[in-house]
Design a protein around this ligand. Structure first.
Ligand SMILES: [Zn+2]
Length: 260
């Protein structure tokens, strides 16, 4: 059976550790921003690291890569990017990566950065796992660094096409702050206010709010709801002008969030 382990690091990062089969100690780490928390976890759980998966070049996602490679001599999978020279196996849209008995499909989702990719593990098929880095968060979305709003909007459209039951493993615990912002956009969204209560309770117990599911994001994440009048009306009111395209709503929403 597949198991995904969560390794908390820094103030709000999660490094996701994929163990394709609990009968085996083999595992793969996604976006290790530091080596020590990974090594400690492997030791404590008697797991063997077989590879590193990278979503994008930010230091809190690749900071531990060189040290882990030095310790374990394992392949490093990631996008072809001048900013990630450590990658040994380049991946692009549509590639499949073998992770023991599993395979992960590569999806290019630039926007947060130009080199951003995600990994989709299609098991089970109707409820796959998405390792999405810093693109989509619970109730929110990544900031724009070297990518653009139209690219990030297209990435969100791509993600929204996945099965509703998709489990989204984002790389940061930003959920409560994102919900606060989302409520300023959709104060009457009952799914959102109910979610705030549930997620707040989880955090008070020291639990993670991730993974999230695509269906829950469709109900509560304003960045996936730019086609709805509730989000459009709120964005237009905040910026004081009317917009035509959903992509423009998305871009304005991102700007409003930057200033929140
Ligand atoms: Zn990032």
């Amino acid at each position: 059976m597949l198991q995904v382990h969560r390794i908390p690091a820094f103030t709000d990062n999660y490094f996701w550790l994929i163990q394709p089969d609990t009968q085996s100690s083999d595992c793969y780490i996604v976006d290790p921003g530091a080596a020590q928390p990974v090594c400690d976890y492997l030791d404590a759980h008697k797991l063997q690291l077989k590879g590193i998966l990278i979503t994008h070049h930010h230091p809190d996602h690749i900071g531990g890569v060189s040290e882990l490679r030095g310790l374990f001599q394992i392949p490093i999978y990631g996008p072809k990017s001048a900013k990630i020279p450590q990658v040994t196996h380049y991946l692009k849209e549509g590639d499949y990566l073998e992770l023991g008995r599993l395979s992960a499909k590569v999806i290019e989702i630039p926007g947060h950065t130009l080199d951003h990719i995600a990994y989709l593990i299609e098991e089970p098929k109707d409820a796959p796992l998405l390792l999405s880095g810093d693109t989509i968060f619970a109730a929110g979305c990544g900031r724009l660094f070297d990518g653009t709003a139209p690219l990030l909007y297209a990435a969100f459209q791509k993600i929204s096409q996945l099965p509703d039951a998709t489990q989204i493993y984002a790389a940061h615990e930003y959920t409560l702050a994102n919900i606060e912002f989302a409520l300023t956009i959709e104060p009457d969204n009952h799914d959102l206010s109910e979610r705030k209560i549930r997620e707040t309770a989880k955090r008070e117990q020291g639990l993670a709010t991730l993974p999230t599911s695509l269906i829950l994001e469709k109900r509560t994440n304003p960045f996936l709801r730019c086609h709805l009048n509730s989000v459009r009306g709120s964005v237009e009111q905040k910026i004081g002008k009317q917009l035509t395209e959903d992509g423009e709503i998305f871009a304005s929403l991102r700007l409003i969030k930057d200033r929140f």
